[in-house]
Design a protein around this ligand. Structure first.
Ligand code: AP5
Length: 226
């Protein structure tokens, strides 16, 4: 699939953005850019950025716009981003969205394609409470809906599965509040730009994947014109 487009997966914590963006990135041959994964990687490596953001992620609040956009700008300058990319967790505030518009224009991309994931809060809590992630390849499992064959072990590469510290219920509540206050308004911003699509992400992984595939196929070759 030749999209030549920036694709943004927008949605609350636990909506399935990571699960679906990994699948879509493989299908489209585009890099999957998760700002959350970038921060967790920096924390695991103990870099200065990691030390700065570790308490912020642990609290469930958002990292400051300048830190996020600086990191994204650097990542977009890499060669694998020349023909498009899928954002998972970025942008999350209106200033981030506006800065991304400028960045995309400076790189010759048209308007992004934005897909909003809609899921009920009850499902989000259940999904986050049951999430386990592989420490080697990043595969995502769910002990209720998509368990690994052996508990605690990744089916694909045998890596150890761990739970994220920010999936504790009290931090999840803070993350959902941050989403409602700071990120949800982006749906309206992109609706006005005429680039917003919405999926019912409360359905099964396969059903959501099929819905996304149909949207991405439609957008193929549109280059910023939906
Ligand atoms: P980030 O890592 O981006 O977390 P998030 O947006 O809260 O999203 P999640 O990763 O929790 O959920 P997801 O939608 O990817 O769901 P998943 O596919 O894993 O951000 C973490 C933190 O970093 C933020 O709180 C903030 O501090 C900071 N940050 C990151 N970006 C930032 C930015 N731009 N600005 C400022 N700060 C930023 O699925 C969840 C579970 O559900 C899994 O177990 C999965 O198996 C299961 N599941 C998925 N789909 C389905 C389905 N259809 N049916 C049943 N189960 C499903």
């Amino acid at each position: 699939m030749a999209l030549n487009r920036a694709v943004i997966f927008l949605g609350p914590p636990g909506a399935g953005k990571g699960t679906q963006s990994k699948l879509a990135a493989q299908r489209c041959g585009l890099p999957h850019l998760s700002t959350g994964d970038m921060f967790r990687d920096a924390i695991a490596r103990g870099t200065p950025l990691g030390k700065k953001v570790q308490p912020i992620l642990a609290s469930g609040e958002l990292v400051s716009d300048d830190l996020v956009t600086g990191m994204v700008e650097e990542r977009l300058s890499q060669r694998d981003c020349a023909h498009g990319f899928i954002f998972d967790g970025f942008p999350r505030t209106l200033p981030q969205a506006r800065q991304l518009d400028e960045l995309l224009a400076s790189k010759g991309f048209g308007k992004p394609l934005v897909i909003e994931f809609c899921v009920s809060p009850e499902k989000l809590f259940r999904r986050l409470a049951g999430r386990w992630t592989c420490t080697v390849g990043g595969e995502i499992y769910n002990e209720f809906d998509a368990p690994p064959k052996v508990p605690g072990v990744c089916d694909g590469d045998g890596g150890k599965l761990v739970q994220r510290p920010d999936d504790r219920p009290e931090v999840v509540r803070e993350r959902l509040t941050a989403y409602e206050r700071q990120t949800k308004p982006l749906a309206e911003y992109y609706r006005r730009l005429g680039v917003l699509e919405v999926v019912d992400a409360g359905k099964s992984v396969d059903e959501v994947s099929r819905a996304l595939n149909a949207i991405l196929h439609c957008a193929e070759g549109n280059n910023g014109r939906l």
